[in-house]
Design a protein around this ligand. Structure first.
Ligand code: ADP
Length: 264
């Protein structure tokens, strides 16, 4: 088996997150596909929801734990439609670069329980990788055993699959240089943090906040705490700025670049 790398494409990078109706950022998508092209190991690409996921989720009550069932149910078709559209565009961009790609949407097989992953079959993902295909999956709405349906974020999927499939590398692409010592939207002079580990984690977590956009999935604070849970010796974990050309390529080559590394 080849080493497995999981790359999360942040919704803030592949969509215009505050655009309504949702719009895909094809310029970034085309460049990202070129950067991924030379990678030869097993690869899973996880898409964040961005404009395609968060707006529909928000307007159908997914940010509110008290939302009635009928409102949540009405949100399933538009969220699914938007995320399928986004995944199809990513698939098209990757296929154009000769990266043979299949999309495996969580809605079709994953269930949640109280918003947490309950059942996430990976057989088809493994089979696809073993047959040389790159797998695209994405943040999605999923049925929940106890509360109608809930949102499963791309970040949570990336972290879950890293642990379950024993990935060597997980790269979380977003629209900032990694983790900063304050929310950069509120404090433009916030400083970059190159490494998070047991020594500084409490201090960092107290300074990371939710995303400023209509994000129903937790923003930077949740990314950091989920990644700390799967930090292991010999596992490469980085949060990096995917809007800056060539950083993804450097990380895939295991070359130094600006990012926040997460270690045990
Ligand atoms: P994506 O859509 O790319 O997954 P998110 O919007 O979920 O990204 O998270 C990235 C955002 O988190 C940044 O654009 C920034 O506004 C916000 N953020 C809040 N606190 C911090 C912090 N301490 N360091 C970096 N980003 C932060």
């Amino acid at each position: 088996m080849k080493p497995l790398t999981i790359v999360k494409l942040g919704g803030s990078v592949i969509t215009y997150k505050d655009s309504s109706p949702p719009r895909i950022n094809f310029k970034n998508l085309t460049r990202i596909a070129k950067e991924l092209k030379e990678y030869k190991g097993d690869l899973i690409i996880v898409l964040g929801g961005g404009a395609h996921g968060h707006q529909a989720a928000h307007s159908h009550g997914y940010a509110n734990p008290e939302s009635p069932k009928d409102i949540l149910l009405k949100g399933i078709p538009p969220i699914r439609h938007n995320m399928s559209e986004l995944a199809l565009s990513v698939e098209t961009s990757l296929n154009k670069e000769g990266i043979l790609t299949v999309t495996i949407p969580p809605f079709c097989s994953v269930t949640l329980k109280k918003g947490v992953i309950h059942n996430f079959p990976i057989h088809i993902i493994r089979k696809s990788l073993d047959n040389g295909l790159v797998v695209v999956t994405h943040g999605d709405v999923c049925f929940d055993e106890e509360k109608t349906a809930a949102i499963l974020s791309g970040d949570t999927i990336a972290v879950y699959l890293t642990e379950k499939m024993n990935a060597k590398t997980i790269l979380i692409g977003t629209d900032v240089d990694g983790v900063l010592d304050d929310n950069p939207r509120l404090n433009p002079s916030a400083k970059h943090i190159p490494l998070i580990n047991q020594k500084n984690k409490e201090m960092i977590l107290s300074k990371t906040g939710p995303s400023a956009n209509t994000d129903v999935t937790g923003g930077m604070a949740k990314k950091v705490s989920e990644l700390l849970d799967i930090a292991r010796k010999n596992r490469i974990i980085a949060i990096f700025n995917l809007t800056v050309p060539a950083r993804l390529k450097s990380l895939l080559r295991n070359e130094p670049t600006i990012c926040t590394r997460i270690q045990p």
